[in-house]
Design a protein around this ligand. Sequence first.
Ligand SMILES: [Zn+2]
Length: 90
Amino acid sequence: MAVQLDPQLLEILACPCPEHAPLQVGTPEDAMADFLTCTSCGRAFPVRDGIPVLLLDEAVDAAAARQGAGDGAVSARSAGSPADGDSTAG
Ligand SMILES: [Zn+2]
């Protein structure tokens, strides 16, 4: 299922890259993916629980992902963050 984002929200969102380009829903390969793809640099940002994670650290390079796909080049990255010092106030 495609990401359901408020069009107004999508309008004010911008990629954290220097271009601050607008984002489009999905990825170039999968328009239904839970990602937002930058229209300039091509980075794809995950959308978790309906909340776009616009962090360069979390972004996946769509172009790089395409090259690695299908060639058995799967890099095993550690899943999840080891220590999340996130405190909620309020
Ligand atoms: Zn960008």
